[in-house]
Design a protein around this ligand. Structure first.
Ligand SMILES: Cc1cc2nc3c(=O)[nH]c(=O)nc-3n(C[C@H](O)[C@H](O)[C@H](O)COP(=O)(O)OP(=O)(O)OC[C@H]3O[C@@H](n4cnc5c(N)ncnc54)[C@H](O)[C@@H]3O)c2cc1C
Ligand SMILES: NC(=O)c1ccc[n+]([C@@H]2O[C@H](COP(=O)([O-])OP(=O)(O)OC[C@H]3O[C@@H](n4cnc5c(N)ncnc54)[C@H](OP(=O)(O)O)[C@@H]3O)[C@@H](O)[C@H]2O)c1
Length: 447
């Protein structure tokens, strides 16, 4: 280990270390605290978060953007509607319960929900180290066995610290999906991914015409936001049309907690089929009301005989050239309809091209000899989200938010957070219950 690494290992190893402090691990922090208060073991735990404070997809907190899930699917209510960490209690504490009821909606703005999540996170600030990016997860090998894992994190100043933990829960969310043609282009400030959108609005507002790539929820929201800022936009996508997200009630049952069991116990081929069958609940689709708004905007342009925004469905970007000066981002577009090539020039490009969920692969690589099953393909993840390990490894690794192949489409969303947190908490607590279990921890180490 390098000389710049300061070790926290002298202190007692943690029972649980959470990597990332987004909604998934925040829900786990609540479940662990509540389990401790209800007579379960008080597990010593900490969370490491690379952001400087709690923010939920901060660069997409756009004016008027709303939740895509009922506020009843908050961090706790589906497990315990009486929990003090519910959205309703947040409203009550902030004196807005009656005002919210008058809105007659299940779908708060994303800004309000972010404020709710940050308020809950504030109750756990003594459990989370912000500004710490986890850079490595390693086995602590003693006599050929692994009972603990070493987690190394780096802060903005470059200082490294390490923690030892019996269990690690990875909840690091997603990383931007960048189309091949744009590999390398993101080093140019004029080309961004939607995950950094708000930070780039000043540059984009000066850009003249901007291309937004994709026909998903992010693309539609960013298109309308740029329109409100007076920016001319070309909306470009491979798909022939912008399609609606299916959130009708029977379909929505796939997001019920009970469906996780169903999905998990299907054979792999059937699970893939289910994911494809219900893809249009979440990916490359747009809230139907938002589609109406976008359509209306294009229609009104026709009425006014202006050609400010342009819609280019059925087009793929084949090549990108970056030239200095105004309109210097040159896109070579292939029409998937007639095979023609078209060159278009823009002052800026927003890639609203979605996300990958593979960051855990890099973290898990050093543990490969201790993991049983093909974890890279999603196999080897147990129903309780714990990775299967070899007999020589008793340390636990749990995954939150990257088990879609095995646990279903709800896994990347907020849909099952309180239930999943309870299941992981039960798995973490299991070694401490029953005969021969270690003594119940004292409050000094507890939540
Ligand atoms: C714009 C947008 C809007 C969305 N809206 C909804 C919605 O309305 N309803 C819904 O159900 N789902 C929605 N989603 C899906 C989203 O995945 C979930 O809402 C939720 O964010 C998942 O929580 P998470 O904690 O698993 O991941 P995240 O919220 O992504 O949190 C992961 C955390 O880990 C941190 N992290 C990452 N790597 C490291 C590291 N190496 N070290 C330390 N920390 C790290 C990140 O900074 C982040 O804070 C939305 C997604 C996006 C992009
Ligand atoms: N208000 C909100 O709550 C809100 C706001 C934004 C996002 N979200 C959520 O965030 C998640 C992600 O949404 P998203 O819109 O960011 O991503 P997404 O749904 O995955 O959509 C990505 C879009 O990019 C296109 N695309 C992907 N790869 C491409 C490539 N190589 N070249 C060209 N086009 C490509 C896809 O089209 P193809 O079909 O051609 O692949 C699709 O149209 C969803 O769960 C969504 O609901 C929620």
């Amino acid at each position: 280990m390098g000389a710049t690494v300061s070790l926290n290992e002298a202190s007692r190893p943690l029972d649980v270390l959470g990597i990332g402090f987004g909604p998934s691990n925040l829900a786990l922090a609540i479940a662990l605290r509540e389990a401790g208060r209800e007579g379960g073991p008080d597990l010593a735990c900490r969370f490491l978060e690379r952001q400087d404070g709690f923010v939920w997809h901060g660069n997409m907190l756009l004016d008027g953007s709303r939740m895509q899930i009922s506020f009843l699917k908050d961090l706790v209510s589906m497990r315990d509607p009486t929990s003090p960490y519910s959205f309703l209690n947040y409203l009550h504490v902030h004196g807005r319960l009656h005002d919210f009821i008058n809105l007659r909606t299940f779908y708060p703005t994303r800004r309000e929900f972010n404020d709710y999540l940050a308020w809950v996170a504030g109750h756990f600030s003594d459990r989370c180290d912000y500004g710490e990016e986890v850079v490595a997860l390693e086995p602590d090998v003693q006599d050929g066995r692994v009972h603990r894992l070493r987690v190394r994190a780096r802060n903005r100043a470059g200082r490294e610290r390490a923690w030892l933990a019996r269990n690690v829960v990875i909840g690091v969310g997603a990383t931007p999906r960048i189309p091949d043609a744009f590999t390398g282009a993101l080093t140019d400030a004029r080309v961004i991914h939607s995950s950094t959108y708000l930070a780039a609005t000043e540059t984009l507002a000066r850009a003249g015409r901007v291309a937004v790539i994709g026909f998903g929820q992010s693309a539609a929201e960013i298109f309308l936001d740029l329109h409100a800022r007076g920016v001319a936009v070309d909306l470009i996508a491979r798909s022939p049309a912008m399609r609606p997200a299916d959130s009708s009630p029977f379909v929505n049952q796939i997001f019920d907690p009970a469906y996780t069991d169903y999905h998990y116990h299907r054979p792999a081929g059937e699970r893939d089929h289910i994911l494809r069958e219900f893809q249009n609940t979440n990916y490359a689709v747009v809230d139907p009301e938002l589609i109406e708004t976008v359509y209306d905007l294009f229609y009104q342009q026709k009425v006014e005989r202006v050609d400010r925004h342009r819609l280019l469905p059925g087009h793929e970007v084949r090549e990108v050239r970056l030239i200095s000066g105004a309109d210097g981002v040159q896109l070579d577009l292939l029409s998937l309809d007639d095979g023609e090539r078209r060159i278009r020039r823009y002052g800026g490009v927003v890639l609203a091209t979605g996300y990958h969920r593979q960051q855990h692969h890099r973290l898990l690589e050093p543990l490969t000899p201790w993991l049983a099953g093909a974890w890279q393909t999603g196999e080897g993840v147990r129903r309780d989200y714990r990775l299967a390990t070899t007999d020589a490894c008793t340390a636990g690794v749990f995954l939150q938010g990257c088990c879609e192949p095995t646990h279903g489409l709800s896994d990347t969303l907020l849909s099952v957070l309180p239930i999943r947190a309870r299941e992981i908490t039960a798995a973490l607590a299991a070694p401490y219950s029953g005969a021969g279990a270690p003594e119940r921890r004292t409050a000094a180490h507890a939540f």
